[in-house]
Design a protein around this ligand. Structure first.
Ligand SMILES: Nc1nc2c(ncn2[C@@H]2O[C@H](COP(=O)(O)OP(=O)(O)OP(=O)(O)O)[C@@H](O)[C@H]2O)c(=O)[nH]1
Ligand SMILES: [Mg+2]
Length: 351
C-alpha cells in the first residue's frame, strides 16, 4: 500500500517522514513496518531464516514542492495519484518563518488543502467533458464514453459544491471512472496534526476542534510532534518506551500512521509461515483467497489450486502449525474464500 505525504510548505512532512523511516532516509520512498504481536509470535515459533513484516510504502517529495502558497505542484499531484491514500500533515506548531500562513490554524489548512484537491479534480473533469462532446459514442448508452460522462457529471456537481468524490455513494461504473483518472479527492485521506513539543501529550483546543470536525466527516486523524518523533526514532529501541512514557505518549508516530492507514483503507493482515521466509501481508478486508495469492505472487494466483487456511487463534491454541494441522484445524478452501484477519495461508498451486 502506498501512502503519499502532502501538506503546506514547512508543515513538517520531511521530519515526520524521517521519523517514520527510523531516522535515516535514502530517497523519496521508505517502507514503514507494520507492528504486529501475532507476527512476532509466529516468527519466534517458526524461527525462519528470514522474516519480512508487512510494510506500508511512504512517499515524501524531498525537494520542497510547495509553491505560491499552494500545497500541490504538478509533480506532487502526479505522485499522489499513484498512492492508495493521502497523508495530510497539518502544521499545528509555531513556526515564525513558515512562508505560508505564519499563524497556526489547523482547520484553515485542512479546508484549504481540500479546496486545492477539489479544484484540481474539477479542472480534469471539465477538460474531459469538453472533449467528450466530440465523441461519437457518448450518446450510446453502455459505451465507455457514455458511462464516463454520467460519472463525471455526478462528480462535477459534488465538486462544485466543495464536496470531495470520496464523500459520494459510488456505483461500480463510478469506481471504474475513478480508476482511469485517479482523482485525488476520491482517495482516502488521513490527517496528522504536527504539534509543538509542549503539546505532544495533550493537544490544544484548536487541534481538538479540527479533529472533531474531521471525525464528523469520517476522516481519521492523529497527533504527533515530528521533531520529538525524529529524536525517538534515533534512540535504541529498548530506550524508546521510557522516553515516550515520559512525554505522556504510548506509541511512536510510525505506529499511529500505520494504525490510521489500516483503519482508513480497511486493511487486515495475513501470514505465510515459511521456514525460509515468514511474512506478514496487508490485504483489504473482504478479499478472496485468490486476491491473497496474487498479493504473494501473480504466478501463485495463476496456478491456484486450493488455499490451506489456519485461523490465528487455532494456531496459537495448538502451539505450532504442525500441531494445528494434526488437530484438524486446517481447512482447504477455494478461490472465493474470504480471508480473515490473522489467517495463516499456504497456497497449493501448479507453479
Ligand atoms: N517545533 C516544531 N518544529 C517542527 C516540527 N516538525 C517540523 N518542525 C520544523 O519545521 C521546519 C520544517 O520541517 P520539514 O520537515 O522540513 O517540513 P516540510 O513540510 O518537509 O517542508 P518543505 O518540504 O520544505 O515544505 C524544520 O525547521 C523543522 O525542524 C515540530 O513538530 N515541532
Ligand atoms: Mg520536505
Amino acid at each position: 500500500m502506498k501512502v503519499a505525504m502532502i501538506g503546506y510548505a514547512q508543515c513538517g512532512r520531511s521530519t515526520l517522514y524521517r521519523a517514520a523511516a527510523g531516522g535515516s532516509v535514502k530517497g523519496d520512498f521508505t517502507a514503514v513496518p507494520v507492528p504486529d504481536e501475532r507476527f512476532d509470535t509466529i516468527v519466534q515459533q517458526v524461527q525462519p531464516k528470514k522474516q519480512t513484516p508487512a510494510t506500508l510504502i511512504l512517499h515524501d517529495d524531498l525537494d520542497s514542492v510547495a509553491t505560491g502558497g499552494k500545497a500541490f505542484s504538478q509533480k506532487l499531484i502526479d505522485q499522489a495519484k499513484k498512492a492508495d491514500l493521502l497523508l495530510h500533515v497539518v502544521r499545528a506548531f509555531e513556526n515564525p518563518i513558515s512562508p505560508y500562513h505564519a499563524e497556526v490554524d489547523p482547520q484553515r489548512d485542512c479546508s484549504n488543502l481540500e479546496v486545492e484537491i477539489v479544484l484540481s479534480d474539477l479542472q480534469i473533469i471539465e477538460n474531459r467533458l469538453e472533449r467528450l462532446q466530440k465523441s461519437t459514442t457518448v450518446k450510446t448508452p453502455g459505451s465507455t464514453d457514455y458511462l464516463d460522462k454520467v460519472s463525471l457529471e455526478k462528480f462535477k456537481a459534488a465538486l462544485e459544491e466543495g464536496r470531495p468524490i470520496r464523500s459520494l455513494d459510488l456505483t461500480e461504473d463510478d469506481q471504474n471512472t475513478i480508476k482511469s483518472y485517479q482523482f485525488l479527492s476520491a482517495k482516502p485521506m488521513v490527517v496528522c496534526f504536527n504539534v509543538n513539543e509542549s503539546d505532544a501529550g495533550s493537544p490544544t483546543e484548536a487541534v481538538k476542534k479540527a479533529m472533531a470536525g474531521l471525525a464528523e466527516i469520517g476522516t481519521e486523524s492523529f497527533v504527533a510532534c515530528a521533531t520529538i518523533e525524529e529524536e525517538i526514532a534515533q534512540l535504541d529501541p529498548a530506550d524508546q518506551g521510557e522516553f515516550l512514557a515520559s512525554l505522556g505518549l504510548t506509541v511512536p508516530a510510525s505506529h499511529l500512521i500505520v494504525r490510521a492507514v489500516y483503519d482508513a483503507l480497511g486493511l487486515i493482515t495475513f501470514f505465510t509461515a515459511g521456514e525460509n521466509d515468514t511474512r506478514a501481508w496487508p490485504l483489504r478486508r473482504g478479499s478472496s483467497a485468490l486476491k491473497a495469492a496474487a498479493t504473494i505472487h501473480n504466478d501463485i494466483a495463476k496456478g491456484f489450486i486450493r488455499a490451506e487456511i489456519v485461523h490465528y487463534a487455532d494456531y496459537v491454541a495448538a502451539g505450532s502449525l504442525d500441531a494445528a494441522y494434526s488437530a484438524g484445524k486446517m481447512s482447504l478452501e477455494g478461490k472465493e474464500y474470504v480471508i480473515q484477519d490473522g489467517d495463516l495461508l499456504h497456497i497449493r498451486n501448479k507453479s
